[in-house]
Ligand binder design. Structure first.
Ligand SMILES: *Cc1c(COP(=O)(O)O)cnc(C)c1O
Length: 390
């Protein structure tokens, strides 16, 4: 008999009743150290008192009015994002997937309005993850995500990771945009080198397509810069943001230049909940905290500490682990042992991690995790690794 909750997830037999910082209390009272942070969502830890105050203060005033009216909290958050990034304008959503939908619509409308209705194709990358809508799965194109869900939305071409020649060959007069995660999350914490992001920008400038960055997972200070692409010194035309921006409240945003967004006039897109006062009040508080230079410096310091400890861990367990990769506090450990077995062994040490493709263990701690919790996490991973059979 099917469960009351549609069984699309293989869930661990764990449930939590309370969170505080990087710690979760399970229903049996045991405590877990959380290095997954809700898959890079709880950027400031669980039950952060500052975010709770922002949420409850807004909750006591006004939850929802719809986008039929001006929403000052939304305007405030949009202005903060515009002030801190390449973008001139922002549309708010409730999730990452919805930002993928708008990115596709925006790029196609841009070319349609410029008199190039033939430019409808997107070039994406093998291992990409942009969400679970029909457009987002067509963009990723992996068998795991698309099998049984055809006919797929047309207009997406996947290029092999790191294959520059294939990329150049894929660009044509029909290309609307090149669409990439500066660091692949689900794909296994694969960092696009700065040189390649620069190359992508040049390729787009040379041949016409818009450049879309999906920073749903790698954005919002996770790499020690407000957005990951800042490291490469290039900017996209359109950027998808979600996960960390709400600190746990469902919130996403599409950021764009004035030119890229020029086709999205009144009536072309909408959302009942997107940009509601609750989400935007929390998002503004998250932005206020994570965009402070001292906060970003702290992320980098913690990241260096964690990385150094992980190098030691790998050296101690060369049969279980292979290498660390990633940037800032978006780190992956490529495993030699089966990553699912490592995640399970970590559960046994009351440590939460997240598996990713390419047999990679993901560590996505809260950005404000105390140093001693990082040390404790690596100690627990050490014990977990000792119990993994290879
Ligand atoms: C999680 C994720 C998405 C989808 O976000 P949802 O909020 O789950 O819809 C899109 N892109 C990337 C890079 C992600 O990590």
């Amino acid at each position: 008999m099917i469960a009351p909750v549609l069984p699309t997830y293989n869930r661990a037999p764990l449930s939590f009743v309370k969170g505080e910082g990087s710690w979760l209390t399970a229903s049996d009272g045991s405590r877990y150290l959380d290095l997954g942070a809700g898959i890079a969502v709880n950027a400031l830890g669980h039950a952060n008192p500052v975010l709770t105050a922002a949420l409850t203060e807004q909750a006591n005033k006004l939850w929802h009015v719809s986008n039929l009216y001006q929403i000052p909290e939304q305007e405030r958050l949009a202005s903060m994002l515009v002030a801190q990034t390449f973008a001139d304008t922002v549309f708010f959503t409730n999730s990452g997937t919805e930002t993928a939908e708008l990115a596709v619509k925006m790029a196609r409308k841009f070319w349609y309005d410029k008199g190039h209705p033939e430019r409808v194709e997107f070039i994406t990358f093998e291992g990409a993850f942009h969400g679970r809508s029909t457009a987002a799965i067509a963009a990723a194109g992996s068998e795991k995500m698309v099998k049984g869900f055809g006919p797929l939305m047309p207009g997406f071409k996947q290029v092999k990771w790191g294959d520059h020649d294939a990329l150049r060959a894929a660009v044509s007069e029909k290309t609307a945009a090149i669409w990439i995660e500066p660091i692949q999350g689900e794909g296994g914490i694969r960092v696009v080198p700065d040189q390649c992001l620069k190359g992508l920008r040049e390729l787009c400038d040379e041949t016409g397509p818009l450049l879309i960055f999906d920073e749903v997972q790698c954005g919002v200070a996770r790499t020690g810069r407000l957005f990951a692409h800042e490291w490469a010194g290039v900017t996209p035309d359109i950027m998808m943001v979600a996960k960390g921006i709400g600190g746990g409240f469902p919130l996403g945003a599409v950021l764009a230049t004035e030119d890229a967004a020029s086709g999205m006039v009144a009536g072309t897109h909408g959302s009942t909940y997107g940009g509601n006062p609750l989400g935007c009040a929390v998002g503004a508080k998250v932005m206020e905290i994570v965009s402070a230079p001292q906060f970003l410096d702290e992320v980098l310091r913690k990241a260096a500490l964690l990385r150094q400890k992980l190098e030691g861990l790998i050296a101690a367990h060369p049969d279980v682990f292979e290498a660390v990769r990633g940037q800032g506090l978006m780190l992956g450990i490529k495993c030699k042992a089966d990553v699912a077995a490592v995640v399970k062994a970590a559960y046994a040490q009351n440590l939460l991690t997240v598996p990713a493709a390419d047999n990679t263990l993901r560590l996505l701690p809260a950005l404000n995790i105390p140093d001693e919790d990082l040390t404790e996490a690596v100690n627990r991973l050490d014990k977990a690794a000792a119990n993994v059979s290879v």
